[in-house]
Design a protein around this ligand. Structure first.
Ligand code: PGA
Length: 254
C-alpha cells in the first residue's frame, strides 16, 4: 500500500508566538501549500499554538500538533494540558513519548500508553516516539527495546487505531547530535518495527501505519532516508526551526 509521507517540525522549547509568525510568512513564500503528496505538520510549544492558528486561518496546508498532553481529563493537575484544550485550539496531532520526556520526566511505556489512548479518544493523531540509547544499541538490545516500546506503548489498541498512529523511530544517540543513523540502519530498524506491529496487530495495521525517522534529519540527508521503503517521513527538530530548511526536507520527501 502506498503511505502518504508525513514530515513534522518538532520545535521543542523554541519559537514563541512572534517568531512563529515570521516562520510562517517565510514558509508561505516557499510555495509548498499545493503539495498534497506530503502531510506537513508543525508542533510548536503550547503557548505558540494560538498564534500559529491565527496565521494559518483557513489554510489547511500545515497541520498543527502539540508536544505532549495529559493522561487525565481535567482537574487539579498543575501545569498539565488536556486533549479537549488541544482540540479547542484546532490541533490535530500530539507528539507522545519523546525521548526528552522519557529522559527528563521519567515517562514510561505504560504511562505513554495512557496518553495515546486519551489522544485517540479525542480524535488526535498520536505521533508516538520510540528509540534506543547508544548504550542499549551497543549492548545488542535494539530489538528488545523497540519491541517493548511498540508492544507496551500501543497495548490495548485495536488494529484500526494502530493504523492511524504515527510511530517516530528516533535513536536517542542521533537526536540533536548531528549523528544520523545510516539509511540502511534506519531502514532495518523501521522494518523491524513494522514486523512487530504485524505480529501484534496484524498485517493490515502494519501495512498502514506510518513510521517516521527522527534524529538529525536535515536537507542533505533527507532524500536518502525518505527513499527507504519503510521510512514514511521525518520528525525534525533543529533543521525545522528555519522555514527554508524545513521546506527543503519536505521537497526531499515528495
Ligand atoms: P533533531 O531532533 O532533528 O534536532 O535531532 C529530532 C527530534 O528530537 O524530534
Amino acid at each position: 500500500m502506498s503511505r502518504t509521507p508525513i514530515i513534522a517540525a518538532n520545535w521543542k522549547m523554541n519559537i514563541g508566538p512572534k517568531e512563529a509568525r515570521e516562520f510562517l510568512a517565510n514558509f508561505k513564500a516557499e510555495q509548498l501549500c499545493d503539495c498534497k503528496c506530503v502531510e506537513k505538520v508543525i508542533v510548536p510549544p503550547f503557548v505558540t499554538i494560538p498564534a500559529v492558528m491565527d496565521v494559518l486561518g483557513d489554510c489547511t496546508c500545515l497541520g498543527v500538533g502539540a508536544q505532549d498532553v495529559s493522561d487525565r481529563d481535567n482537574g487539579a493537575f498543575t501545569g498539565e494540558i488536556s486533549t479537549a484544550m488541544l482540540c479547542e485550539l484546532g490541533c490535530k496531532y500530539v507528539v507522545l513519548g519523546h525521548s526528552e520526556r522519557r529522559q527528563y520526566h521519567g515517562e514510561t511505556n505504560a504511562y505513554i500508553n495512557k496518553k495515546i489512548k486519551k489522544a485517540l479518544a479525542a480524535g488526535l493523531v498520536p505521533i508516538y516516539c520510540i528509540g534506543e540509547t547508544l548504550e542499549q544499541r551497543e549492548a545488542g538490545k535494539l530489538e528488545e527495546v523497540l519491541g517493548s516500546q511498540v508492544v507496551e506503548g500501543l497495548e490495548g489498541l485495536t488494529p484500526e487505531q494502530v493504523a492511524g498512529v504515527v510511530i517516530a523511530y528516533e535513536p536517542v544517540w542521533a537526536i540533536g547530535t548531528g549523528k544520523t543513523a545510516s539509511a540502511a540502519d534506519a531502514q532495518s530498524a523501521h522494518a523491524y518495527i513494522r514486523g512487530v506491529v504485524a505480529s501484534t496487530f496484524g498485517a493490515a495495521a502494519a501495512d498502514a501505519v506510518r513510521i517516521q525517522y527522527g534524529g538529525s534529519v536535515k536537507p542533505a540527508n533527507a532524500e536518502e532516508l525518505m527513499a527507504q521503503p519503510d521510512i514514511d517521513g521525518a520528525l525534525v527538530g533543529g533543521a525545522a526551526l528555519k522555514a527554508d530548511s524545513f521546506a527543503a526536507i519536505i521537497r526531499a520527501a515528495k
